[in-house]
Design a protein around this ligand. Structure first.
Ligand code: HPA
Length: 279
């Protein structure tokens, strides 16, 4: 058996032995959303350390556990803390949690992150619905022998972010009075923030926001046929767009400042997904 698949199954067995819960939506909590669990009806939690073979984050503020519970009537699994490529993990480990949540039963992957804004007119504190992505600067999580049990060797990426789910986010934003931006997310490896010329390059390539996560997870999830929705919190204007030097602390604080609005948007979207399923 493919050793990556074997490792994934080992994690799944470890989860299955401890948790009896089938999620519909898998939610990855980015910066600012770390305490989203307070807003949901929690049924169970599972520390990443308790899952045999599971990659555990080294970044301060990225506590690691799965939270199982309900948003309205929608069963969700939340990832409180994710691992990043810049921490030194193989891409296959970075996307293992997304794959695991699919095995748990989740059909929708809801990705959130903090990102640097590039699009004209963006302000810190804005939210950007991800319409498409550029992942060409980081290795593909699908590199190496294909895991046939998960998906095909050459998966289509023409519509990574599900149009119907994007419609639900837009509707939720209107209901909440949020001026939602929409655009392309570009993933770089980090951990350094970009130079002004790198941001200029990203803009030339058509990127509206830049960050260090998400696109790789979306590729792995699309490979498995999950429906994907993604929202970036624009925590800062990318380097060179604003003259202000970037610090992780300030980026985090900016994301925290709009967290209540971000949480409301996430909740309203999940409720919308629930209504869609009920139709
Ligand atoms: N660049 C890359 N990643 C980020 C940024 C940024 O400006 N802000 C938050 N995450």
């Amino acid at each position: 058996m493919n050793p990556l698949y074997e490792k994934l199954l080992q994690c799944y067995e470890s989860y299955k032995a401890k948790i009896d819960f089938t999620p519909e939506v898998a939610l990855v909590l980015g910066s600012g959303l770390g305490d989203y669990a307070k807003d949901i009806r929690v049924e169970a939690t599972l520390d990443y350390h308790e899952i045999e073979g599971f990659p555990v984050s080294t970044v301060p503020g990225h506590a690691g556990k799965f939270i199982f519970g309900y948003v309205g009537e929608v069963p969700v699994v939340c990832m409180q803390g994710r691992v990043h490529y810049y921490e030194g993990y193989e891409m296959s480990d970075v996307v293992l949690p997304a794959r695991l949540m699919k095995l748990m039963g989740a059909k929708v992957l809801f990705l959130t992150n903090a990102a640097g804004g590039i699009q004209l007119g963006m302000k810190p504190g804005d939210f950007m619905l991800i319409k498409d992505q550029i992942a060409s600067f980081v290795p593909s999580p699908l590199r190496g022998a294909n895991i046939d049990e998960l998906g095909v060797r050459f998966p289509d990426m023409s519509e990574i972010y599900d149009p119907a789910l994007r419609g639900i986010v837009k509707k939720a934003a209107v209901e909440l009075g949020i001026d939602l931006k929409e655009g392309t997310y570009l993933q770089l490896s980090g951990p350094q923030y970009e130079s002004p010329k790198e941001v200029a390059m990203c803009r030339t390539l058509g990127a509206d926001a830049v960050g260090m996560s998400t696109a790789c997870e979306a590729i792995a999830a699309r490979h498995m046929g999950m429906r994907i929705v993604g929202i970036s919190c624009i925590s800062n204007l990318a380097c060179g767009i604003s003259a202000k030097p970037l610090s992780h602390k300030e980026v985090q604080e900016a994301a925290d400042a709009v967290a209540p609005k971000f949480k409301a948007l996430v909740t309203e979207t999940i409720l919308g997904i629930g209504r869609e399923n009920a139709e």
